[in-house]
Ligand binder design. Structure first.
Ligand SMILES: O=C(O)CCC(=O)C(=O)O
Length: 308
């Protein structure tokens, strides 16, 4: 199930909050996709130079965030690989993964599928050779309405993905990938963890209402429930934008302790993931072997749609 022998070889992972949804902290205009892609490239190369082997970008890193923006920024990913006209972001991510010689979880981008004629919020993961190794379409759409605070309805424009996404990273182990609001659904995290993932990684962008309330708590809860690493990677905050991201990219360890947490500004956080820590935590608090599947079902078995 859990491949401690492989994951203990991990040396570094990095998170950053750059190339944001609507980032306009310096001189660049984040509503400009090409600028965002260039910014992301610079930061990925900076992280890889510092030794990162697994690099994560934020949700919707190539566009402003908002249902009004998705159709304009959406890219076609089919056929795979798409043409560079259809998906400049696909090609930029693939090229920089190769240049950085690192695994790259490329945040997410708005996608338009000519097959289904629908829009999605989609995360692409590339290997160090530049090959696409995983695609996750946000499975739980961000539809909330907290009176006087925030109303957001992704489902006005987007359609949901329909699977749990696990990527087996050679020499490291399995990683579960999902997007932002997906973190609120413990079932998805638990299935990925019980299928052997050592880390659950969520490009995401909470807001100024739910960020302070739940961002860190959600990461810590998923880490505690599953005794795995959990990483959340947010865009930096831009108060000029229509959506104010909470920021605070963070990594929680298998004991639910926060190893690194950024502030709301652009930056890079580096964290070393150690497989032995998972073994130690699970030995100390052995919930992994104490489950009572005679009392309740194992949700990771049976009718589960997942893809490795
Ligand atoms: O769950 C939340 O509070 C925020 C989710 C979100 O911002 C998103 O899914 O993009």
């Amino acid at each position: 199930m859990y491949r401690g022998d492989l994951i203990s070889r991990i040396t570094a992972t990095s998170m950053f909050a750059a190339g944001s949804r609507d980032l306009n902290l310096t001189s660049f205009n984040s509503a400009d996709k090409a600028t965002n892609l260039q910014r992301a490239r610079t930061k990925v190369l900076e992280a890889s130079k510092a030794g990162a082997k697994l690099i994560v970008l934020p949700e919707c890193f190539n566009s402003p965030y908002g249902t009004q923006f998705f159709p304009k920024y959406a890219e076609k990913l089919l056929p795979s690989p798409p043409s560079s006209d259809d998906s400049p972001s696909f090609h930029a991510l693939s090229a920089v993964a190769k240049e950085a010689n690192a695994f790259l979880i490329g945040g997410s981008i708005p996608e338009y599928s000519p097959e289904t004629e629908k829009y999605y919020n989609t995360s692409l993961t590339f290997s160090p050779s530049g090959a696409l190794i995983a695609t996750h379409r946000k499975t739980h759409l961000f539809d909330i309405d907290i009176p006087g605070k925030i109303k957001f309805k992704e489902s006005d424009v987007l359609s949901p993905g329909n699977k749990v996404t696990i990527v087996d990273i050679p020499e490291y182990g399995k990683v579960g990938i999902a997007i932002c609001y997906d973190v609120r659904f413990p079932e998805l995290a638990m299935i990925a963890a019980r299928k052997g993932c050592f880390a659950l990684i969520y490009p995401g962008a909470f807001n100024m209402t739910t960020g302070p309330l739940h961002w860190s708590l959600q990461a810590r809860a998923r880490a505690m429930d599953n005794q795995v690493y959990v990483a959340l990677c947010s865009p930096a905050r831009d108060m000029e934008a229509t959506y104010h991201a909470w920021g605070h990219s963070l990594v929680a360890d298998p004991n639910a302790e926060v190893l690194a947490e950024m502030d709301e500004k652009e930056g890079i956080a580096y964290v070393e993931l150690n497989g032995e820590k998972i073994d130690d935590i699970r030995r100390g608090i052995p919930i992994y072997s104490q489950r009572r599947f005679d009392v309740y079902p194992d949700i990771s078995e049976g009718k589960v749609k997942y893809e490795e």
